[in-house]
Design a protein around this ligand. Sequence first.
Ligand code: GLP
Length: 236
Amino acid sequence: MRLIRVNNYEEVSERAAMMIAAQIQLKPDAVLGLATGSSPVGTYQRLVAWHRAGKLDFSQIKTVNLDEYVGLDGTDPQSYRYFMEDNLFSHVNIAKENTFVPNGKADDPAAECAWYDANMERLGGVDLQLLGIGNNGHIGFNEPADFFTVETHLVDLKESTIQANARFFDSPDDVPRQAVTMGTGGIMKAAKVLLIAAGKEKAELIERAFAGQVTPQIPATILKLHADCTVIYCGD
Ligand code: GLP
């Protein structure tokens, strides 16, 4: 695991975008695992700018997102599908049918989860997985627990996550209580992992978590076992 502490959010975003751009150059039909939240916004802005400048071609790229709120469909501005369209997909030449986000409105969530994992296999696996980290150490929506869940699954969100994500909603009551998330197995199967984070609290969490033991109580610590994981963060 490489921990790279940089000076500010701009540097986090620049370095992360360069790694993703390099992946696209190396393998124009790569499968990118993508994340939502505030952390990757600057990264996506750079990818969009480089695409507009003619430097990045997404025409053969496929994407699989980490997670989605249960009960929100892709037209809901709080959904992660909407976030991806708004921040990346609608601004680059990616084919919509090559973009995958778990379906938060599936009638049969268990079948949706099984399909999501099978689809990742069908695509040939993720080449580069981008991640943020929650204040409680979650990755995707893999919340602190007594064990790691390997497969894509339905999860009850922790109160800490509901409070942290309430800033994107009118009130904490509007935050969905459940989500569908790729499991830690799906994340660990990616050939490369890139975790980004910004802010004093996140920087302290990262330095404490990755200096310690692997524990499902801090789900991100599983990344210590990944063969090619880069963490780019700042305390700003
Ligand atoms: C959400 C997402 C995570 C993300 C986390 C951190 O809970 N499910 O994938 O990493 O938020 O978000 P932020 O980058 O806004 O701090």
